[in-house]
Design a binder for this molecule. Structure first.
Ligand code: HEM
Length: 282
């Protein structure tokens, strides 16, 4: 499995060679990379062979996500703007401004952490390709991955069906009811994470998830929980660690001024306008 992952990342890095010092859009590259890796490891083929299927799947996902939370109430239009609409537009602008400030702060923190993670990688692997044994010792990188999954969990919520009717505080929850567990909201709850909940602070994971969540481990759910949790969790961690190791061994990454921060839910959380970065050889 690891050699297939390494070869797929090598292919992507081969394409990056001509773009040193220039801007590249990596969201698309990462989509191709993860599809390439799953094709090689699970089906023994390559992304190009399965490209048509992946394209159809992407179209299906788009249609599904567009209709996921749609409530169809006949006869109600949105022709006239109410005071609430005008007010919420103003509030929207305020939120956008403060988000921009927050992102700038996060960007600075991210540059520091990039150096810390690169040092850890170089200490463990030098210029050699990462190994399975080695990636289990990437402690700083694990903290960075967990903090990224906390702020931007690709899957924003879990669904469960109630097996046996129960009482939860004042709520009576009947059998067979579908319950939505909002991971995204739990990941941003100041009661659990503290007042710095919106900041990128991988340090909070330095002593594990239990300490980071004040012993509420079910408040950190990037891969779900229980018997139906994500079967691909270890696969995903390995894939991320190998890819990051190989990129950071070679390149220093900076966010491009053309990047617009606008995470959007298309089944999973994605950067709406892509992820533009510049790469410089280390
Ligand atoms: C960062 C990458 C990934 C994230 C964040 C993620 C997240 C999740 C989450 C939240 C669930 C629902 C768990 C629950 O309801 O408790 C899930 C289910 C699942 N995931 Fe992943 N996943 C990732 C990558 C993968 C990969 C690479 C594979 C396959 C190789 C995979 C295969 C599955 C499968 C088969 C299920 C359904 C499990 C079941 O219903 O029993 N996932 N994933």
């Amino acid at each position: 499995m690891i050699p297939e992952m390494v070869s797929s990342v090598e292919m992507m890095l081969g394409r990056w060679k001509d773009h040193r010092g220039k801007e590249i859009e990596v969201f698309q590259d990462f989509k191709v990379l993860t599809s390439e890796i799953i094709s090689r490891t699970a089906f023994g083929s390559s992304y190009l062979e399965g490209q048509q299927i992946f394209e159809i799947l992407t179209r299906m996902v788009l249609i599904f996500s567009k209709n996921l939370f749609k409530m169809r109430i006949p006869g109600i239009g949105k022709l006239v703007k109410t005071q609430d609409d005008i007010q919420s537009e103003k509030l929207g602008q305020l939120i956008r401004n403060s988000v921009i400030k927050m992102i700038k702060k996060r960007e600075a923190a991210m540059a520091d952490w990039q150096e810390k993670v690169r040092n850890e990688i170089l200490e463990l692997f030098g210029q050699q390709n990462p190994s399975l044994e080695g990636i289990s010792r990437l402690k700083t990188m694990s903290m960075v991955i967990n903090e990224s999954l906390r702020l931007y969990p690709p899957v924003v919520g879990l669904l469960r069906e109630v097996k046996k009717g129960t009482k939860l505080g004042n709520l009576i929850i009947p059998e067979k009811m579908e319950v939505h567990v909002p991971s995204l909201a739990l990941h941003h709850d100041p009661q659990i994470w503290g007042d710095d909940v919106h900041l990128f602070k991988p340090d909070r994971f330095a002593e594990g998830v239990a300490k980071a969540t004040k012993n509420n481990i079910s408040a950190f759910l990037p891969f779900g929980m229980g018997p139906r949790n994500c079967v691909g969790m270890n696969f995903a961690y390995n894939e991320i660690k190998i890819t990051l190791s190989m990129i950071l061994q070679r390149y220093r990454i900076t966010l491009s001024p053309n990047y617009v921060h606008s995470p959007v839910l298309v089944l999973a959380i994605c950067p709406q306008h892509g992820l533009q970065v510049t790469i410089k050889a280390v």
